[in-house]
Design a protein. Structure first.
Length: 270
């Protein structure tokens, strides 16, 4: 039994160093349960950042700390900021893998609980080190949550900016088409082409709005939603050209292509 009581008192930082692998392995098992549906994330990827955090925690616990610094740190105002880098990197990694804010919080709770449970099971009780450990975990969790909030806001603003920009072209085509239809003429074929263009542009705008609704439902994982389907890139480009010409008839546009452009594309995003 690796956690049986020993006669001497082992500091928590020493315990973490000595049982590093056992702590990480147990934590990784829990972290797997937090992964978003459909995400393939290797155990190595789950372990790497937890190992970095524990290494930084041990380093932080080894730094001499005055009572004043301890008081400031307990309120998130410490000067050392030993945990800042590991918290930031962890947040960036989890955002890119689609983890939610709650899932990242759960990871930190699991890491804290794993370390303290195994330490208690070993029969050790260095309360000073436990306090220092909690302070270090709280600091890196705060940094990680701050980074998560900032990056999430950034991705959201970027997505809305891209969506707003992309909507202008089909909206311009609809507006121009409607203006053409308002002019009386006896050319049913031309009017039919204009109606088709309006319908295509309106449908594309509807799909973009669907992307925005998907974004609000999934709380934004850090990337634009992609829906790849079999399509011909030539047709995608030609439709884009028609929309631009409808909204800006004075523009000079040239389209040059070769080879087979069929593939799995997200035509709307392109």
């Amino acid at each position: 039994e690796p956690w049986e009581r020993v006669e001497h008192t082992m500091s928590l930082s020493g315990f973490i160093r000595g049982h590093h692998e056992a702590i990480i392995s147990e934590f990784a098992l829990f972290a797997k349960t937090l992964m978003p549906p459909g995400l393939e994330m290797t155990e190595a990827e789950l372990r790497n950042h937890a190992e970095d955090i524990l290494t930084a925690v041990v380093q932080d616990m080894s730094i001499a700390q005055s009572s004043e610094e301890q008081s400031l740190k307990s309120r998130g105002r410490g000067a050392a900021k030993t945990m800042e880098s590991s918290g930031t990197l962890h947040a960036d990694d989890r955002i890119q893998h689609g983890f939610t804010f709650r899932a990242v919080l759960a990871e930190f709770r699991a890491l804290r609980a794993t370390v303290l449970r195994l330490y208690e099971k070993s029969g050790e009780s260095d309360l000073t080190d436990v306090r220092r450990f909690n302070e270090a975990i709280d600091e890196t969790m705060t940094e990680s949550m701050d980074r998560f909030a900032v990056q999430t806001d950034l991705f959201r603003d970027q997505f809305i900016g891209v969506l707003s920009h992309d909507l202008r072209t089909p909206l311009g085509a609809v507006t121009a088409g409607a203006a053409l239809l308002s002019v009386p003429e006896d050319n049913p074929e031309r009017r039919g082409r204009v109606v088709t263009r309006i319908m295509n542009s309106a449908q594309r705008m509807e799909r973009m709005i669907g992307d925005l609704l998907d974004l609000t439902r999934t709380r934004l994982g850090g990337s634009l939603p992609l829906k790849r389907r079999p399509a011909n890139l030539q047709q995608v480009c030609e439709e884009a050209m028609m929309e631009i010409r409808a909204g800006q008839p004075e523009a000079v546009l040239r389209l040059q292509m070769s080879e087979d452009l069929r593939g799995d594309w997200d035509a709307d995003r392109l």
